[in-house]
Design a protein around this ligand. Structure first.
Ligand SMILES: [Fe+2]
Length: 327
């Protein structure tokens, strides 16, 4: 059963609440003062830096329901359209232990129970793996996992992960969701310190504008990173604060702020990490800006992300969904 008190969890989750505030704030409500206020930008940086804790293994390890050699996830869809349940999207960036670099080509292997709380132990439904892309980004759409009994109590809804950076050990863990009434009674999700601390693995789901609940979870592990990719520890330099509408079919409007004079570029990438559009590249003074993107008709529907790069450091990105069908 899906039970989420979005308002409450946003209040209690500073990082995600702030992120959502920035995403939802209208241009009119954002003054130049706010955008050029370096101290508020530093708060953002502190939020991120405070979150740079190594990803912990789960107390229950991989559990009893892992199946070897899952298939590749196609088109970021772990759950087929016909799968019963509440649709959710989980995404994030695989980062190095100091969070300054991203890790491409990490294997992200996921599996979870269906809506009634059952695993497919004979086939591969709701099981699959993907690679983090050139920006370290991974994403999959699935359904909110159901619950199953563990002794006399229900395990909270969870998604299992095995993450393997190229040439480094696998970390096996589980992801949970804020507002789940069974978090406190579960031996794994209730861990708040030590080796199996689950605090950074309980995420908030919010409606990102597409009608699908979305959650962000960055994975922080030992691995070989790349230096000039996504790094939103540097949000003090600038931020994308709105992409709208989302989903979009013809024209996407992107609003962003630059906090100090710098060389700024705005680009759109597909889910494979391939550049599909360069929207702007120029020297900009501290101010808020707005630009539009009209995707070429040859681009397929699906997820893209808009990335803001400042002085060759990719500081921020936002996911968008191109959806022309039904028009
Ligand atoms: Fe499980």
């Amino acid at each position: 059963m899906l039970s989420l008190d979005i308002t409450k969890t946003m209040d209690t989750n500073k990082k995600n609440g702030r992120r959502s505030f920035l995403k939802n704030t209208s241009l009119a409500a954002l003054s130049v003062t706010a955008l050029t206020n370096v101290s508020s930008a530093k708060d953002l940086e502190t939020d991120r830096a405070g979150g740079c804790n190594p990803t912990t293994p789960d107390f229950y390890g991989q559990g009893p329901f892992y199946t070897q050699n899952p298939p590749e996830i196609l088109n970021n869809q772990l759950a087929e359209v016909s799968e019963f349940g509440t649709r959710i999207i989980i995404s994030g960036v695989v980062r190095t232990l100091d969070c300054t670099e991203v890790i491409p080509n990490a294997i992200v292997d996921v599996w979870h129970a269906n809506d009634p709380g059952q695993y497919d132990n004979t086939g591969y439904n709701l099981r699959g793996k993907m690679l983090s892309n050139a920006q370290g980004f991974y994403m999959f759409e699935t359904i909110y996992p159901g619950k199953y009994l563990n002794g006399t109590t229900y395990r909270p809804s969870h998604i299992h992960f095995k993450i393997t950076p190229p040439g480094y050990p696998t970390i096996t863990t589980q992801l949970y969701f804020e507002g789940d009434a069974d978090l406190a009674s579960d031996a794994a999700s209730s861990q708040t310190s030590g080796t199996y601390n689950a605090a950074d693995r309980i995420i908030t789901l919010t409606d990102g504008g597409s009608g699908i609940l979305e959650g962000t979870w960055d994975v922080i592990v030992d691995g070989d990173g790349t230096t000039t990719e996504v790094n939103d520890l540097h949000l003090e330099n600038g931020i994308i604060y709105e992409v709208s509408p989302n989903p979009y079919s013809e024209i996407l409007t992107i609003k962003y702020g630059v906090f100090r004079e710098s060389n700024v570029s705005l680009a759109v990438y597909d889910m494979a990490g391939k550049l599909v559009a360069s929207l702007a590249e120029e020297n900009l003074s501290p101010e808020k800006y707005e630009t539009t993107w009209e995707p070429d008709s040859s681009l397929p529907d699906g997820h893209y992300f808009v990335a803001l790069r400042i002085n060759d450091m990719q500081v921020h990105y936002q996911k968008t969904i191109l959806l022309r069908s039904g028009k």
